[in-house]
Structures are given as structure tokens and as C-alpha cells.
Design a protein around this ligand. Structure first.
Ligand code: PLP
Length: 406
């Protein structure tokens, strides 16, 4: 066959050139090994597929890892956030402050309980919720704050906890991105009143679907247990009728069936034993990106505060759109054609039609809205090979080099 068009390695794939790699590299992916598989098989052969001993074991391991007294697992992270909002007593008329730069679930959990979401803008350097913006949005109706440790870097938790303490607010930390992260020498998971982790396959460790709340409060712990299992209790001390027999139970709250299975919990425990290695690899990859892009004048690499250590769920570059001839969409499309599975995290939550229809308008979070125009998430997961990292760097340099204003 004759090639009519001369292609060189420098030609963008989107313009007919050779892609940087032949197979798509996803932005995130689980890492399951034979010991994970073996622990799942053992559970499948055991008497309990659900409501058995693997669940408590997993909860205890997570609680111990993060340094919290209690942990309650859920069928997914979103259900866990719903449980936390229930335990916090959020209801109609309550305002809950969160960030618009997050996955929709951080706000949706407030809506499940009938509360009103208030979006506080983000810091322009860390992209985390801005404590000064939170302060300016507090009202007598404010009931809770849901900071998100965006990309894996903990939010300003000390200041947020202080704002909350002064006003009796509940702080629910959405730590879906920050399992294994450190904040002033402490692991994320025991700082807020309740902390949520997700075990979706793109997160640090996985159970397929799954989530957990960690807390030091016995009161929240008991409410979470109740909520996860239909609002049903068998606790003799709590029953209205105590002498009906051992089979007897009562439903005290309108709960849900939000339980995780023992099969998933077994996978989770096995995965958790590898968490530190996973986080170390994520940090090393982020470091390689930082070094590779340090001199690139068309993008901004992630900023990290010195008193905390991200666990690097995401690596986000911010395009300097003034330095480029095209917008984010063109850069994104070109990188995808190079077979780099870039992504965008996130559409500001108030831009979603559901929130727009509730009356949230553009302009309520300038920093998040402007940031959104230029962000791209690069592939980042522990199983990435060094050659994968090199492919990402080559593709970014190739595409941004081509579109750079001269
Ligand atoms: C993944 C994620 C969730 C929800 O977790 P699921 O387990 O997918 O329900 C919530 N918040 C943030 C920021 C997330 O990234």
C-alpha cells in the first residue's frame, strides 16, 4: 500500500499522524492481584456472602488505618454520604455548604435529605473550597459543611473545623479522593465529624462498588448503622417491646438497604493491605509529571500546600488558554486521538441542569467556573508503567507544542 500523505511522528493523530500509543490509556483503573482474587474466592466458599464477618473486619481495618474509632461501610460512597447527612440530622430548611468543583454526589446527598445546597467558591491555587468564602456564606440556617479533598489534597480542615465548632455545625469530609493522604501529620479520616471514602475502581482501593464513613462519635456510628439497614434495630435496649422473642426487631427510622457484601469487604481488606504502596506509586507518578512539565509555559501543574500530603487521586493540568491558539476541547480531543485517556474533573455542580433548574446561576463561583474552562486530568493509577507515563508526557508536549501561540 502506498502512503499518499507523508506522516511524521510529530504530526498530531487528530490531523492524520501516528498516535503516541496504539492503545487507549485510561485515566484511572483498579489493580487487582491474585491475593485479592483468592480472598474473594474464600468468601464465596464461606457461609456468608453478606451480613457476615468480613464486613466488620474490613470496617475495623479502615478505622485503624485512618485512626478513627468507628467505621460503617456502605454499598457505595454516595450512599455513605447520604447516611452521613441523615446522621447529621440534615432536613428541610437546613443549608449545607459545599464546593462546586466536585462530583455531583457531594451535593446530592444534601438534597436526598431535603436540605439546601450552598456552593462556596474554591481557592485558585489548590482548587479546594475557600474557607473565607465558607465564612461569608454562613447563616443561621447553616447546618453542615461538606469540604471535598479535591484530587487528594486535604482541604483547610483546621480552619473549617473551627468555623463549625463556633456555630455547632457538622463537618462531613468528602474524602473520596484522599484515602491515604496526610493533613498536618495525621491521616485523613479522623479530623472531621464524619469522613467518607469511596471504593469505586478508579479510587485508591476498590471493592467494585463501596463506600465507608469513619467517625469518632458513638452517636453518629449508631445512626449510620441504623440507616444502612432499613432503620431496623434488634438492640434490646432500644426496642419498644422487649419480650417478643429473639426473632424480634423494630424499624425506628426510614432507612435504606445500603449494605456492602462480604464478597466486596473481603476484596476491600485485601486491597487495603496494599494501599501504602499504591499511594507511594501515585506520588511518584505525580512527581514525574511535575518534573516533566515544570518548564512548559502553556500549562500550570498542581499546587500543593506544604503542611499536607496529597494521596493523588487525580493529576490535573490547567491550560494557560492565553498561550494557546485553541480551547480545552481541541486539546482534549487531540490527546484522546493520541490514545491518552484524559478526562475533565469536573463540570461545576451548579452547571448541571438539575441544579440550574433549582435556580443556581452561572457567576456564583467565579474561580471554579474559570478554572473549569482549562482543566484536563491526565492518566494516574498505580499500575501505570514508566512507558505509560512517558507516553502521556510525549503526547502533552506534542499537542500543546502544536497549538502553542508563537
Ligand atoms: C467517587 C466520588 C464520590 C462517590 O462515590 P461512589 O462510590 O462512586 O458513589 C463522591 N464524591 C467524590 C468527590 C467522588 O470522587
Amino acid at each position: 500500500m502506498i502512503c499518499l500523505v507523508q506522516t511524521s511522528n510529530d504530526q498530531l493523530a487528530i490531523l492524520g499522524g501516528q498516535p503516541t500509543r496504539s492503545e487507549l490509556l485510561p485515566y484511572g483503573r483498579q489493580w487487582i492481584d491474585d491475593t485479592d482474587i483468592e480472598s474473594v474466592i474464600q468468601t464465596l466458599k464461606s457461609p456468608f456472602l453478606t451480613q457476615g464477618p468480613r464486613i466488620k473486619e474490613f470496617e475495623n481495618s479502615v478505622a485503624q488505618y485512618v485512626g478513627a474509632k468507628y467505621a460503617v461501610s456502605f454499598s457505595n460512597g454516595t450512599a455513605a454520604l447520604h447516611g452521613a447527612c441523615f446522621a447529621a440530622g440534615i432536613g428541610e430548611g437546613d443549608e449545607v455548604i459545599t464546593t462546586p468543583m466536585t462530583f455531583a454526589a457531594s451535593a446530592n446527598c444534601v438534597r436526598y435529605c431535603g436540605g439546601t445546597v450552598v456552593f462556596a467558591d474554591i481557592e485558585s491555587d489548590t482548587y479546594n473550597i475557600d474557607k473565607f468564602k465558607i465564612k461569608s456564606l454562613l447563616t443561621p440556617k447553616t447546618k453542615a459543611i461538606i469540604p471535598v479533598d479535591f484530587t487528594g489534597q486535604p482541604a483547610d480542615m483546621d480552619e473549617i473545623m473551627e468555623l463549625a465548632r463556633d456555630r455547632n455545625l457538622v463537618v462531613i469530609e468528602d474524602a473520596a479522593h484522599s484515602l491515604g493522604a496526610d493533613y498536618k501529620g495525621r491521616k485523613v479520616g479522623s479530623i472531621a465529624d464524619m469522613t467518607m471514602f469511596s471504593f469505586h475502581p478508579v479510587k485508591h482501593v476498590t471493592t467494585g462498588e463501596g463506600g465507608i464513613i469513619t467517625t469518632n462519635s458513638l452517636e453518629y456510628y449508631e445512626k449510620l448503622l441504623l440507616f444502612r439497614s432499613h432503620g431496623i434495630t434488634r438492640d434490646k435496649d432500644l426496642l419498644e417491646h422487649k419480650n417478643e422473642g429473639d426473632w424480634y426487631y423494630e424499624m425506628h427510622e426510614l432507612g435504606f438497604n445500603y449494605r456492602i457484601t462480604d464478597i466486596q469487604a473481603a476484596l476491600g481488606s485485601s486491597q487495603l493491605s496494599k494501599l501504602d504502596g499504591f499511594v507511594a506509586r501515585r506520588k511518584a507518578i505525580a512527581q514525574q509529571y511535575n518534573e516533566a512539565f515544570a518548564m512548559n509555559a502553556t500549562l500550570i501543574t498542581p499546587f500543593q500546600k506544604s503542611d499536607r500530603e496529597s494521596s493523588w487521586h487525580l493529576y490535573i493540568i490547567q491550560l494557560k488558554l492565553d498561550e494557546l491558539k485553541v480551547g480545552r476541547k481541541e486539546v482534549f480531543d487531540a490527546l484522546r486521538k493520541e490514545n491518552i485517556g484524559v478526562n475533565v474533573h469536573y463540570l461545576p455542580v451548579h452547571y448541571h441542569p438539575y441544579y440550574k433548574n433549582l435556580g443556581y446561576e452561572k457567576g456564583i463561583a467565579d474561580v471554579a467556573e474559570t478554572l473549569y474552562q482549562g482543566i484536563i486530568s491526565l492518566p494516574l493509577f498505580p499500575a501505570m508503567l514508566d512507558s505509560d507515563i512517558q507516553d502521556v508526557v510525549n503526547a502533552v508536549e506534542k499537542v500543546l507544542g502544536y497549538y502553542r501561540r508563537t
